[in-house]
Design a protein around this ligand. Structure first.
Ligand SMILES: NC(=O)c1ccc[n+]([C@@H]2O[C@H](COP(=O)([O-])OP(=O)(O)OC[C@H]3O[C@@H](n4cnc5c(N)ncnc54)[C@H](O)[C@@H]3O)[C@@H](O)[C@H]2O)c1
Length: 265
């Protein structure tokens, strides 16, 4: 019960397909650890499925539908959370989208959609949440970057926003420290989630497993446990950091594991 008595807003609590996305796994885990979870998502059905899983395991929460890139929705989601549970202790900005292309193939519309969804959503959700955290004497914000924010990546707009999230996190951390609000981000590597399922061929999986020193793709639970640590009081002296959860991918980038399988290099 590492989050007993806390209220957590999970912004992106659904999942872009059947199965376990990061927001879904985190909602379940936070609820199991004693938090009341506010499951917010643009996809109401996906958020309802998350809440069903939360309740199935004895947890408590509500669903709020909305688009985090729209100011009025972001404000309404936060106000609903506070009017339901009286306070807000944790905000986890999970939402993120990607287009698979570099700058030559990316349309202006796609560029704007990725930048707005990945960056502006954090700005808006945090802007409306922070006053309630200040009133409550403190809080925790966890943003979601990516290993793609720490290195170049074929999806230029995705990579650029995920790098920006790391510095947005640092800037928010120093701005909000005086209010006892800690701000950190997680940077997952390759996770086996519904978001990547459409591009995951067997060949691609084999190459990734070779590139990742721990020899496997991660799961949404790996990210959720990282967020749980940052959300808990165990991390009370931790702010402004990027917690990389990548099976060693970035540590071994370009070289791969110590002993690549025959025929691969
Ligand atoms: N899956 C991975 O391998 C991986 C790796 C690194 C980083 N990440 C990051 O983790 C986060 C979650 O990834 P996931 O795989 O669980 O994704 P996901 O697509 O399964 O979940 C994202 C959720 O956000 C919701 N959403 C999208 N746009 C929205 C909007 N404008 N307003 C409200 N809700 C919106 C979707 O409906 C979906 O339920 C993303 O930020 C992603 O970039 C994922």
């Amino acid at each position: 019960m590492r989050l007993k008595g806390k209220v957590a807003l999970i912004a992106g609590a659904g999942s872009s397909g059947p199965g376990m996305g990061i927001g879904r796994a985190t909602s379940i885990l936070f609820a199991q650890e004693g938090a009341k979870v506010v499951c917010a998502d643009i996809n109401e059905e996906a958020a309802k499925e998350t809440l069903r899983m939360v309740r199935e395991r004895g947890g408590e929460g509500i669903v709020v539908q909305g688009d985090f890139t729209r100011s009025e929705d972001a404000r309404r989601i936060v106000e609903t959370a506070v009017s339901t549970y009286g306070k807000l202790d944790i905000l986890h900005n999970v939402v993120g989208i990607a287009t698979p292309f570099g700058i030559l193939e990316t349309s202006e519309e796609d560029w704007d959609a990725v930048v707005t969804t990945n960056l502006k959503s954090i700005f808006l959700m945090s802007k409306y949440t922070v006053p309630h955290m200040i009133r409550g004497g403190g809080g925790v914000i966890i943003n979601t970057s990516s290993a793609a924010g720490l290195t170049g990546h074929p999806s230029a707009n995705y990579s650029a926003t995920k790098a920006a999230i790391i510095n947005l996190t640092r800037s928010m951390a120093i701005e909000l420290a005086e209010h006892r609000i800690r701000v950190n981000c997680i940077a997952p590597g390759f996770l086996d989630t519904p978001m990547v399922a459409p591009i995951m061929t067997e060949e691609r999986r084999r190459i990734l497993e070779w590139m990742i020193p721990l020899g496997r793709l991660g799961t949404a639970w790996d990210a959720a446990y990282g967020a749980l640590y940052l959300a808990s009081d165990e991390a009370s002296y931790v702010t402004g950091i990027t917690l990389v959860i990548d099976g060693g991918l970035l540590a071994g980038r370009g070289i791969g594991p110590a002993k690549p399988p025959g025929g691969m290099v």
